[in-house]
Design a protein around this ligand. Structure first.
Ligand SMILES: [Zn+2]
Length: 210
């Protein structure tokens, strides 16, 4: 008696490294192809059609759609970090300009805060140039902040509020225009009034904490 049938087999088509969404790290993977085989006495002898492909993480054994190989979360994170730093500088600049005059101590504080948040150096001149450009363009930062807020987590929003507060407080007083801008910033970031007040009282108690 001849025993025949069909069976699915996975074969490895590609190996490499990828960012595993489950491990949240770079790990080796294999790209597996599933193909039906015609079997004779339970032995696959003739390959038939392919039934699909998947990517398997060698570490956690999780399986993913092949699309996972074209994702580049590290690059996306870098882009996000750059955008975050840009938003931070823009908000600080808006705050520097809120009371109408840019104080030396405010520029110094802006550089200091920027360095702490971004890990990059900001020269006094760079910061001044940015402030001057913003002043000349007359661009309103709040709609941009509102747009950017959707990509920020609570910590990110808090950091931006704290940075703005530290700028405002750098010359020793927070005047009404600065206070108004702070309030508008909290609104643009979508923070509740209670949360916003909480952040302000925290930063007021420890002005240099970050
Ligand atoms: Zn994994």
């Amino acid at each position: 008696m001849i025993i025949f049938g069909w069976r699915d087999r996975a074969s490895t088509k590609e190996r490499g490294n990828f960012y595993c969404p489950q491990c949240e790290a770079q790990n080796p993977f294999k790209r597996q192809e599933i193909r039906s085989w015609f079997t004779l006495y339970f032995i696959p002898v003739i390959p038939l059609h392919t039934k699909g492909e998947y990517v398997e993480c060698n570490r956690c054994r999780g399986t993913f759609h092949v699309k996972v190989l074209s994702l580049n979360p590290e690059k996306q994170n870098e882009e996000f970090a750059a955008e975050y730093q840009h938003a931070m500088v823009a908000v600080m600049t808006a705050m520097l300009l809120a009371d109408g005059n840019v104080d030396d101590s405010e520029i110094d504080r802006a550089c200091e805060i920027y360095e702490r948040v971004s890990g990059n150096q900001a020269s006094r001149q760079d910061m001044l140039d940015y402030v001057n450009r913003t002043q000349q363009s007359g661009e309103d930062i709040l709609p941009k902040v509102q747009q950017f807020a959707t990509t920020l987590n609570e910590h990110g929003k808090e950091m931006i509020v704290k940075a703005a507060y530290m700028i405002a407080a750098a010359d020793g007083t927070i005047d009404p225009s600065e206070q108004r801008f702070l309030g508008q910033l909290g609104g643009a970031l979508g923070l509740s009034k209670a949360h916003f007040r909480g952040i302000l009282s925290e930063v007021a108690a420890t002005p240099l904490a970050g």
